[in-house]
Design a protein around this ligand. Structure first.
Ligand code: AMP
Ligand code: TRP
Length: 331
């Protein structure tokens, strides 16, 4: 039986952090054997904020290296840069004719951006969901591993697929959000201010490129409080987040010890953070070291991108030629 097709992308803005790792990359790694996977660096998507060309290049290489260092195997999946697959912007152009200004303006992520960068509300920002739909539909993917924040974009991808199918004949399957566990892992920033992210609260975010010392300092500064005052009390979300991080990086016995201390109201957060700092530093270290090694050999990374693009284009060119025919671009 042929494997189901999976697509996902990571934007090449900023450094990857624990949220990206546990919320996205770890799932990609788990999927690489059982599915036909297309994973890519969304470099075109990052152009909406006009990055410095030098930074863009560096970011693409780093994101690629960090994904491989985290366990993605370029032999098993198609790992490529979005901009190396010209069929994606071609499909984007076609789908743009089926996407309406009104619906695009209503997208919450677009409205957020309008608030954040009122002087740069460009058309690329407005049509971000159309480009994302093209990334997915170009391989006729059925499963898309993404976080909760991307669900609305996926719904739009289904709408565009349906609209194309209605007008030109049944062609695209409708892609669905894919999750391993029922609830997606969401990592909060260490200061409790919201989710860990690439651009906000850098000091409360642990990056895969952070060295041991930086990781330890950040964790020791994580928000805590005076501790629970009654047994088995509900945990505030920032304490829950520390336990989650501990669960992801420490041995189960260690987590149990602190959990029972919490339930018995004799937890010392300083000790817990020290333990977590050690374990998280040890967890990130091999990933960081491997990513640094990989980034030293740009020729090897370029080769991986080239081979990834070849795999992606083999599938993309088929999809686009079928779409052209259906539309009538068939002279
Ligand atoms: P982004 O960094 O926004 O480009 O997101 C890349 C991927 O990482 C998406 O699938 C996000 O849902 C996921 N992600 C980003 N931040 C977090 C977080 N704090 N917790 C869990 N997943 C996240
Ligand atoms: N928009 C996604 C994000 O910000 C990244 C992305 C771009 C993506 N194209 C995609 C994710 C296609 C899944 C499939 O996280």
């Amino acid at each position: 039986m042929s494997k189901e097709i999976v697509v996902s992308g990571i934007r090449s803005t900023g450094h990857l952090h624990l949220g990206n790792y546990f919320g996205a990359i770890q799932n990609y790694v788990k999927m690489q054997d059982g599915y036909n996977c297309y994973f890519f660096v969304a470099d075109y998507h990052s152009l909406t904020t006009h990055p410095d060309p030098k930074d863009l290049r560096e970011n693409v290489f780093r994101v690629l290296a960090e994904n491989i260092a985290s366990g993605l195997d370029p032999e098993k999946v198609a790992l490529y840069a979005q901009s190396d697959v010209p069929e994606i912007p071609e499909l984007y152009l076609m789908l743009n004719m089926l996407a309406y200004k009104g619906e695009l303006e209503k997208v919450p992520t677009f409205k957020d951006k309008v608030r954040q960068q009122p002087d740069n509300v460009n058309a690329g920002l407005l049509t971000y969901p159309v480009l994302m739909a093209s990334d997915i539909l170009i391989h006729k993917a059925v499963k898309v591993p993404v976080g909760k924040d991307q669900e609305q974009h996926l719904e739009m991808a289904r709408n565009f697929a349906q609209r194309f199918n209605m007008r030109y004949g049944d062609y695209f399957p409708e892609p669905q959000v894919f999750r391993f566990n029922h609830d997606a892992v969401k990592i909060m920033a260490l200061d409790g201010s919201g989710k860990m992210s690439k651009s906000e609260n850098v000091n409360a975010t642990i990056f895969l490129s952070d060295d041991d010392d930086t990781i330890k300092k950040k964790i020791m500064k994580a928000k805590t409080d005076a501790g629970p005052t009654e047994p088995n009390a509900a945990m505030p979300d920032y304490i829950q987040n520390l336990f989650l991080l501990m669960h992801l990086s420490s041995r189960p016995e260690v987590v149990d010890i602190y959990r029972s201390q919490y339930n018995n109201c004799n937890i010392r957060y300083g000790d817990m953070k020290k333990q977590l700092a050690e374990d998280m530093a040890a967890f990130v270290r091999p990933i960081r070291e491997r990513a640094v090694e990989l980034q030293k050999d740009e020729a090897a990374l370029r080769k991986i991108l080239k081979e990834g693009a070849e795999k992606a284009r083999a599938s993309a060119s088929q999809t686009i030629s079928g779409a052209r025919k259906l539309i009538g671009i068939n002279y």
